[in-house]
Each structure stands twice: as structure tokens, then as C-alpha cells.
Design a protein around this ligand. Structure first.
Ligand SMILES: [Zn+2]
Length: 378
């Protein structure tokens, strides 16, 4: 067996323990004390493996964590490893559904997205501290605290760290079977509000202006923007308004999710949504929102990095496949800067954000070996 693989086979019980501990630690995106605690704990771990650790204070959400490894020989452009500390699960979820090992799968909140990937980062740090392999370039691990809510506070930090990097490796979940993600859709969120005039539906029907009627027209307009062939989807996912059935609604609101495969489509859809015009006489329309994550476009740079990774994986006996997803990640920001980005390097599993979410134990060692192989050789 390859020496990296056998190292991580031996480390597997420890990785299982790390993963279960992480699953059993709540850290919702909106809970600063919990996120700060986890950032400190992870910082201590990476520090004990020889990293220079920096907690980046964040008054608006949880602190972000930077852990830098740079041996005496580490020169050249750095490598950046990206992950997030926050989860979509609320406080108390870990107690309700603690980590559970069953049939070779580890179940529990955020196991797949992305306690598994975080575990691989610890495994890599463990390997580096063993002195078995030397880094040829500086390596930075960045764990942010608000990825699950759009990376509002961490985006500039991620961009600053990514600029000038050799490559960015993102430890988000892989595709089923272990394929990495070389294309992701860009994501936008928009809110469209309509204002009308309230009136009694029986007494003063004609004096009223219905905000609901207005938005009904806009919903149809929004559906016309879909272009499945280009990978563009527009989803009015929330529609609320009005107060009572016998009142003409003077207020209504739409929340819209937009996904695009290219920047150009993102610009086109943004312009269309912001250009929506009221259709009902006397009503007002306000549009807020934007594309908040650019797409990860499968361009020449991405393909080149994937090919190199595939070659390095083959040396471990791993046949590394690629694929695409409609979900966004922090890798979208770094790819948009023109930094080669490989996403979906986490362990195999299924069910991100779902109750059956899990990680396959047998994938931990090969994925840790793959990550380490990339970190040492790219
Ligand atoms: Zn994630």
C-alpha cells in the first residue's frame, strides 16, 4: 500500500473520533459564542501540530480562523485550503442527534457539510507534524464562520488570502462516489416588494390597488427568465403578502433564488430583475438584491488543475472524477479572482443539510491521503 494511504489507514480511528467530536459540537451560523469557541478549539489543534494560528476577530458573526504551515523549505506561491466552521443546524441539534456510527457510516448534523472536510484538514496537519513529508510551498488553512449564510463577513478575507495563490483546495463535500467539483453555479438572492392601496373588498373594491395582483404578474415574468439549457434557474421561493381575505392587499413580497452557470448570465438576470416594471396601475415596485456568489466556471485553468490533481490521485491508485453542482461555495469567490480552484475534496457521503446526512468511514483515509498528496505536490 502507498505510504500516505497506510499512514491514514492507521489514523482512521482518530479521524473517526475527530469527526464525531465535531458533529457533537453545535455551531450555527448565527451563534457567535459557539462559533468563537469552535474556532479557538480548532486553532489550538492546528497550533499543536505546528501551525501559526490567527483568529480573525469578527464583531458581526463568528471569528474566522487562519492556520499557516510553512517549513524552512516552503517557498513560492502558497496553497490555500478552504472550509467553514458554521453549520445550518441550530443549537441543541447535536444533543438531539449525536454522532452515530452505523454500517460504516457516520451520521449526524453537518457530518457531510462539512465536518468531514474539516476532519481531513486535521489529518493533514497531523501528517505534517509527523515530519514525514515536506511542504514545497506555504500552506494556509482558512476556516470561516458564515459560509452557510452567504459568506458576508468572510468574503474579503478569503479573497485577500487567495490572491496570488498557486491553487485553492476546497474541502466541501464531494459528488457521490468522490468526484470533485470543477463547476458550480453562481447564486443570487433578490427581494421584490410591491406596494398597493388597501381597501374593503366589498365596499371599496375599485379604490384598492392589490400588491398581490402586481406580484402575480411579476412571478410569471420571473419564470420567463429561466433557461435550463444555459443552466439558468430563477425560483420565486417565498411569496407573502396581504392581511385578510376581505382586504385588498397593500403589501406583498417575493424572495427569489437565482442560479447561473456563467458570469454573463448572472449580469443578464440581475439587469432583468432590477428592470422589472409595475403592471398594475397605481402600484409600486422595489427590487433589492444581487448575485452574491459568482459561478465557478469550468475554464482552462480549472481543467488544468483538475488534470494535475487527477494525475497525483492516480499515484495513490485513486481514479479522480469531476462533475458539477448547482450549489455555491466559497470556491466561487476564489475562482472568480482567476485563482485555480478545486472544490469538493471532502470525504464521500450523502445528504448535506438533510436528516440522513452522513460520511462513509472507508473514504476518510483515501481522501486524507489525496488531500495530503495535493498539498505536498501541487
Ligand atoms: Zn459547506
Amino acid at each position: 500500500m502507498n505510504t500516505l494511504l497506510s499512514y491514514f489507514r492507521d489514523l482512521e480511528p482518530q479521524m473517526v473520533q475527530w469527526l464525531m467530536d465535531l458533529i457533537n459540537t453545535d455551531s450555527p451560523s448565527d451563534n457567535k459564542p459557539a462559533l468563537d469557541r469552535l474556532a479557538r478549539r480548532m486553532g489550538d489543534r492546528f497550533g499543536s501540530y505546528g501551525a501559526a494560528v490567527e483568529l480573525v476577530p469578527n464583531p458581526e458573526a463568528g471569528d474566522h480562523l487562519l492556520a499557516r504551515f510553512s517549513g524552512p523549505d516552503a517557498r513560492g506561491k502558497p496553497l490555500l485550503l478552504l472550509g467553514h466552521l458554521d453549520t445550518v443546524w441550530g443549537m441543541g441539534e447535536a444533543k438531539r442527534r449525536p454522532a452515530r456510527l452505523e454500517d460504516g457510516k457516520i451520521f449526524g448534523p453537518a457530518s457531510f457539510d462539512m465536518r468531514g472536510g474539516t476532519t481531513l484538514m486535521l489529518a493533514l496537519a497531523h501528517y505534517l507534524s509527523s515530519g514525514r513529508g515536506k511542504l514545497k510551498r506555504p500552506l494556509t488553512i482558512l476556516l470561516d464562520s458564515d459560509e452557510e449564510v452567504g459568506t458576508r463577513t468572510a468574503r474579503s478575507l478569503i479573497e485577500k488570502e487567495a490572491r496570488g495563490c498557486r491553487a485553492v483546495l476546497v474541502l466541501e463535500p464531494c459528488l457521490p462516489g468522490g468526484a470533485v467539483k470543477t463547476a458550480r453555479k453562481g447564486v443570487g438572492t433578490f427581494v421584490i416588494s410591491a406596494g398597493g392601496v388597501a381597501a374593503h373588498s366589498g365596499v371599496d373594491y375599485q379604490k384598492g390597488v392589490s400588491a398581490i395582483q402586481e406580484l402575480a404578474y411579476q412571478v410569471l415574468e420571473l419564470y420567463r427568465l429561466n433557461d435550463l439549457e444555459l443552466g439558468t434557474t430563477v425560483n420565486p421561493g417565498v411569496f407573502r403578502g396581504g392581511s385578510r381575505s376581505n382586504v385588498i392587499a397593500d403589501q406583498a413580497e417575493l424572495e427569489v433564488d437565482v442560479r447561473v452557470a456563467t458570469m454573463a448570465e448572472g449580469e443578464r438576470i440581475t439587469a432583468c430583475i432590477h428592470g422589472l416594471q409595475p403592471r398594475v396601475e397605481g402600484s409600486r415596485l422595489t427590487v433589492t438584491g444581487n448575485m452574491n456568489r459568482p459561478p465557478l466556471e469550468r475554464n482552462g485553468q480549472m481543467i488544468q488543475l483538475y488534470r494535475e490533481a487527477r494525475q497525483l490521485a492516480a499515484e495513490l491508485g485513486i481514479d479522480l472524477q469531476e462533475g458539477s453542482t448547482g450549489g455555491g461555495s466559497d470556491g466561487c469567490f476564489t475562482a472568480a479572482l482567476g485563482v485555480p480552484t478545486l472544490d469538493g475534496l471532502g470525504p464521500d457521503g450523502a445528504g448535506p443539510h438533510a436528516l440522513h446526512e452522513h460520511v462513509l468511514v472507508e473514504s476518510l483515509a483515501p481522501r486524507a491521503a489525496l488531500l495530503t498528496q495535493l498539498a505536498l505536490n501541487l
